[in-house]
Design a protein around this ligand. Sequence first.
Ligand code: 4AD
Ligand code: MG
Length: 466
Amino acid sequence: MARTLIKDVLTTPPTGQEITIGGWVRTVRNSKGGFSFLALNDGSTIAQLQVVADGKLPNYAAELVKLTAGCAVLATGTLVQSQGKGQTVELQATAVQVLGWADPEAYPIQPKKHTFEFLRTQAHLRARTNTFAAVTRIRNVVSMAIHDFFQQRGFIYVHTPIITASDCEGAGQMFRVTTLEANPPAGAPRPDPNDDFFGRPTYLTVSGQLEGETYACAMGNIYTFGPTFRAENSNTPRHLAEFWMVEPEMAFCDLEGDAETAEAFLKHIFRTALERCTKDLEFLSEHVDATVLPTLTAIVASDFERVTYTEAVALLEKSGRTWQYPVGWGTDLQTEHERYLTEEVFRKPVVVTHYPAAIKSFYMRLDDGTAPGRATVAAMDVLVPKIGELIGGSQREERLDVLLQRMAELKLRPEDYWWYLDLRRYGSVPHAGFGLGLERTLQFITGMANIRDVIPYPRAPRSAEF
Ligand code: 4AD
Ligand code: MG
């Protein structure tokens, strides 16, 4: 079924040649003059192509007048200048073939405004709405922009495992992977972990970082880009149980280089979205969040702010605000604090560095010369308005003795991490990296308030339909 995409039809001047369009009917208008206007969408662009179906078409009375929203058709004809408002060309059909009907009494996606909550229950059909199709196209462009950025800079794309035996973040938020019976019948012996598929407890990965570090310490600069999983019971508009993370890891790199890469990376993503998703972003600016376009445009042209955690806490303390989560040196920054810093103090993205060691992961490099009880690590979080944390990263602890000491304090068993420690035994090198949450980035770009609306099939507590 050779067909032309509507996006190509609308961006190239008509040649007078006959073309075929395949798409789903969005709206139908049957004129009194004995013909019909079909607005077709094929997913390639936000715009509809108007198809004019003449009453003389052989299947007009039997089929075409009965078309409704959601029906699938193949329309053949030539492009002509359109007299109608809002379009320059339309397809004068010589044949319209109905491929699939959609019972108007039952079809859930009617040509009217549906709430995002309702559309979440129709996730298998919601890409047929303008908003979700726009988000889907932007997700595609952003994914490619991510690869472009690293490929242009000589980073090697590495596939780290999905099933893992180690907890990278040490937060205990891992999903178990097992072939053992979860609930053996009453009276049966409890299954022995040694009988499990891998002969040991295994989990879905929370991050590809540890394995990524092993490849950076051989290949120089690498990145991973894949799904990660967290069994954190947070029912928030910013958390998913399954989300996609981009994790670059760079050998011969310190915290400063890490922060510079993160800033250039984000700007590259935003710039590409602005250039390549103009129509979709205009649509979202009009219908979802008016600040999307001006914010992105301003950010690519400005420098991110840099503050230390200690400075950030001082700013929060003197804000005069009452916080839901109290602030003080040593407590982690919550979304309300992160948003205050980016939205009200600096009004731009902020890189917060040097967090207290006690609230960060074991692999982060201990800062030299900090006062007792005030130990900090070479960590950085990139915060943006509305979302809060978009990126978390750090310079890694490359000194074997310091790392072993940290692991002992956190009661992590060195034998579980023997291969990770080997990197510090053989040719250890300063290195750094970060993780960017793809969905939070998409929320920021699209203005979608709920993270469940920027991934096709969201996974969250008590929610794994489809
Ligand atoms: O800050 P996080 O936990 O960092 C890591 O996992 C490091 N190992 C990354 C690294 O240094 N290689 O997660 C990184 C980012 C967060 O900043 C956030 O954008 C996103 O991943 N993220 C989530 N996104 C959606 N749902 C969740 N539950 C998320 N948890 C983290
Ligand atoms: Mg983090």
